[in-house]
Design a protein around this ligand. Structure first.
Ligand code: HEC
Length: 253
C-alpha cells in the first residue's frame, strides 16, 4: 500500500525537527555537513603528521645516485608506471613470486612516487639484482627476445638517445628542497654519472654489447632498475641479523 505523501519508510516524517531545522535550510545544511565531514577527516589525517604514526625511516634507504635519478626520470617519462607497480603486498602469492613485501620506509626518496596501480607487467619493487645488466639492455630493445610472447613495447630510442647532465642536476636541485642532495653532490653529478655509467658499460661490453656509451639513456635506466628494492632488502636483512643477535644473547643467560 502506498503512503499518502510517498516518502520512504526510512526518511523522517515531513514535520520532524531534522527536516524543519536542517533539511529545509539548504545553506545551513551545507555548512553543517561540511563541518561534520571535516571533523571526520581531521581526526584521521592530523595524527599522521606526528612522527611516531608516520612510516619508520630505514637507515639503509638512501637517495638515488645521479645516474639512477636520471633513470628514474626516464621511467616516469616513458610511462612504465602505467603497466608496472612498485609495491609487493604482504600476501603469500606475492612474496613467493617477488620476495619481501614492501615497507613504507623504503619510499623515503621516491618523489614523485611511482607505486602504480596497474599490473599489466610484473611488480618491479624487488627487481634490483634479479637479472644481469645485459638482460635489461636486450629486454628494453625488444622484450620478445628475452620474454617470448611479451606484450611490453620496445624502447629502441633509449639505446640511441643520451642523457644531459644539466637535466639531471636540475632534477637534483628540485629534490634538494626535500634534502635528498647537497649542493656539493649536485656540482659533482657529471663525474658521478660518468663513473657509474662506465661500470655498467664495462659489464655490457663484456656481454658483447657494442655501440654503447656511459651517457646513453639505457645505461641510466639500467642503473635505476638495478637499484630497485635493494636498500629495503639490506635493511630487512640487518633487522633479522639484529633480532637473531638479541635472541642468542637472551638464550645464553
Ligand atoms: C603495455 C604495458 C607495459 C609497459 C608500458 C611497460 N611494460 Fe615492462 N613489462 C610488461 C609485461 C607484460 C612484462 C612481462 C613480460 C616481459 O618480461 O616482457 C614486462 C616485464 C618487464 C620487466 C621484467 C620484470 C621481471 O621481473 O621479469 C621489466 C624490468 C620491465 N618490464 C621494465 C619496464 C620499463 C622500464 C618500462 C618503461 C620504459 C616498461 N617495462 C613498460 C608490460 C609493460
Amino acid at each position: 500500500m502506498s503512503h499518502p505523501d510517498n516518502h520512504s519508510p526510512q526518511s523522517p516524517p515531513p514535520d520532524s525537527w531534522h527536516r524543519r531545522t536542517l533539511e529545509h535550510k539548504s545553506a545551513l545544511f551545507a555548512v553543517a555537513t561540511t563541518l561534520a565531514i571535516s571533523v571526520g577527516g581531521l581526526v584521521e589525517i592530523v595524527p599522521l603528521f606526528t612522527v611516531s604514526a608516520g612510516p619508520q625511516a630505514m637507515a639503509e634507504v638512501t637517495p638515488y645516485t645521479p645516474l639512477e635519478q636520471a633513470g628514474r626520470d626516464i621511467y616516469a617519462r616513458e610511462g612504465c608506471v602505467q603497466c608496472h607497480s612498485q609495491m609487493v603486498r604482504p600476501f603469500r602469492a606475492e612474496t613467493l613470486r617477488y620476495g619481501e613485501w614492501s615497507r613504507a620506509g623504503e619510499y623515503s626518496f621516491d618523489r614523485p612516487f611511482l607505486l602504480g596501480s596497474r599490473r599489466i607487467g610484473p611488480d618491479l619493487h624487488r627487481l634490483g639484482g634479479k637479472y644481469p645488466d645485459v638482460w635489461h639492455y636486450e629486454h628494453m630493445k625488444d622484450p620478445r627476445s628475452t620474454s617470448p610472447g611479451s606484450i611490453m613495447p620496445s624502447y629502441p630510442w633509449l639505446l640511441e638517445d643520451k642523457i644531459d647532465a644539466a637535466d639531471v642536476q636540475a632534477s637534483m636541485t628540485a629534490l634538494s628542497v626535500f634534502g635528498h642532495y647537497t649542493q656539493a653532490e649536485i656540482d659533482a653529478a657529471p663525474q658521478a654519472i660518468a663513473k657509474q655509467g662506465e661500470e655498467i658499460v664495462g659489464r655490457l661490453r663484456q656481454s658483447k654489447v657494442e655501440n654503447i656509451e656511459a651517457d646513453h639513456e639505457i645505461v641510466a635506466l639500467i642503473a635505476y632498475l638495478q637499484r630497485l628494492g635493494t636498500d629495503g632488502k639490506k635493511a630487512l636483512k640487518n633487522q633479522v641479523a639484529q633480532s637473531e643477535g638479541a635472541e642468542t644473547t637472551g638464550s645464553a643467560q
